[in-house]
Design a binder for this molecule. Sequence first.
Ligand code: 13P
Ligand code: SF4
Length: 340
Amino acid sequence: MEKAREAPEKIDLPCGESVTHRTAPEKVDALTQEILDLKRELNAVILAHNYQVPEIQDLADYVGDSLGLSQQAARAQADVIVFCGVRFMAETAKILNPEKLVLLPDMEAGCSLEESCPAEDLAAFQARNPNFYTIAYINCSAAVKALSDVICTSGNAARIVAAAPEDRDLLFVPDANLGGWAMEKTGRKMTLWDGVCYVHVEWTYNALQAIKKEHPDARVVAHPECVRSVRELADEVCSTEGMIAYCKRSPAKAFVVATEPGMIHRLKKECPDKVFIPAPTERCACNECRYMKLNTLEKLRDCMRRQAPRIELEPDLIERARKPIDRMLEITARAAASTR
Ligand code: 13P
Ligand code: SF4
């Protein structure tokens, strides 16, 4: 029997900071069982992002990137969607499937990209520049989605940018690095919002060069939220799900991974015979996303017990935010059908 709730295990990081987000190992099995029982009682589906802690990934019904998670949320049949990721992802699930109860274990799970683009600032910019066609990375608030023409994820950004109308000026919000990468891939010029992922900009050219020297046979995979000099050093730049596909099909045996280290658990599971080396940053080797890591097994269990915190959005906002997401899903589905 599990004891009354204890303080979560404290982990000391090489940078001198400490985090307390992990579940003590001896509690994992009992908590997992409790969550699976609650899942049956509620008729729930558990969706988890690739950066979630291993113990959450291991019990989820689906683990993937933002694109895969939004596709899963759109087609979910369960009564309840329990979203183990950050708030903008859970909001997207609610927008795509508004009849469902959508739970998020910790409502504080934000995103530095979302914070960098307040809807009022975007609305003011659009009022000054009415010719802009706005492409928004899915890492933004529902209010920003509602002001946008189309949404993209890291998994389809180049495709979405390539499909934008030729006769309009393009504005890409909020990630300047993903937007820059999409410009390089498509040749389309865009005005970029000045936002960054605080996690991915920590990887530098020097840190990547140093680890490449240590592992000369390893391939480097980087997320497009990394800065250009890091992207240029990488053998493959792609979404987190793209990393799984690339590492599976590559003949290489070792990979340096420049994205949030939660990714390593999934990579090891999918490619058990390969070696994955988390890319070091210059300041701290373990560059975890503080928002993604707010979710723990305890909070997951508690949110299912209480059926809260839940995502609540005004119907009018859902309607407006849904249009650009549907446009993204249509473009992506058309492209997938044409390659079959
Ligand atoms: P992916 O869609 O590639 O998983 O990226 C989400 C994210 O937040 C990256 O930091
Ligand atoms: Fe946002 Fe960066 Fe965390 Fe992804 S890793 S959720 S982009 S802060």
